[in-house]
Ligand binder design. Structure first.
Ligand SMILES: Cc1cc2nc3c(=O)[nH]c(=O)nc-3n(C[C@H](O)[C@H](O)[C@H](O)COP(=O)(O)O)c2cc1C
Length: 182
């Protein structure tokens, strides 16, 4: 298997325990958000709007909205990830904005890792408590909070499930029938 730079980043990813009391340089924050702008989205809808929260009181309220999540309590920057457009895929009409926002969030995590910055992805929050903190309109879904910062302690990455369990070749049941591609 070829070990790409991205694979190295993914494998070396470690969840943060807490964020250090150290500000993030603005050019790092901007680079992370620029990466998000280039994330893939269904029909290229780019349905996102990211509210970058730096102000201490607002960050504190966001952490409260996420049941006092320790990462959000210590993150110097929190990105509130919202879906400005209720994008959907053609054909099935299924909503695509949650997937699009997830792709953008993952893109930010990777861009952050490339800069030695850590991201903490939090989905467990009360949307109705998040919304007023940064004046998000009622019809705009909030799909995630991403704490960004330098780490103060890293946890171990949980063990990965074995390849045969998560990857099938050609058919659901096939664990190892790799073919050489043309
Ligand atoms: C969609 C999504 C939602 C998450 N929501 C939360 C959350 O609400 N609270 C939390 O502590 N971690 C949350 N996380 C972080 C995961 O728990 C974290 O990725 C995990 O602790 C590290 O292991 P992993 O390598 O499997 O990601 C979330 C991650 C993802 C991808």
């Amino acid at each position: 298997m070829r070990v790409t730079r991205l694979l190295q980043l993914a494998r070396n990813r470690r969840p943060v325990q807490n964020f250090a009391d150290r500000p993030l340089p603005m050019d790092a924050v901007e680079a992370i958000l620029e990466a998000a702008r280039y994330a893939p989205s269904a029909r290229e809808a780019q349905p996102w709007r990211f509210v970058v929260v730096q102000e201490a009181l607002a960050r504190h309220r966001l952490a409260q909205a996420a049941f006092n999540h320790p990462h959000l309590r210590s993150a110097p920057v929190i990105v509130v990830c919202c879906a400005r457009i209720h994008s959907h895929v053609s054909g099935s009409g299924r909503p695509s904005y949650p997937m699009d926002l997830a792709a953008a969030t993952q893109t930010m995590m990777i861009a952050a890792a490339d800069l030695g910055v850590y991201g903490s992805w939090v989905y467990g929050f009360r949307e109705s408590h998040v919304r007023p903190v940064v004046a998000i309109p009622e019809d705009v879904p909030v799909l995630g909070l991403l704490g960004l910062g330098y780490p103060d302690g890293l946890a171990n990455l949980p063990e990965r499930r074995p390849r045969e369990e998560v990857i099938a070749w050609d058919q659901w049941r096939n664990e190892d029938v790799r073919r050489s591609l043309p």
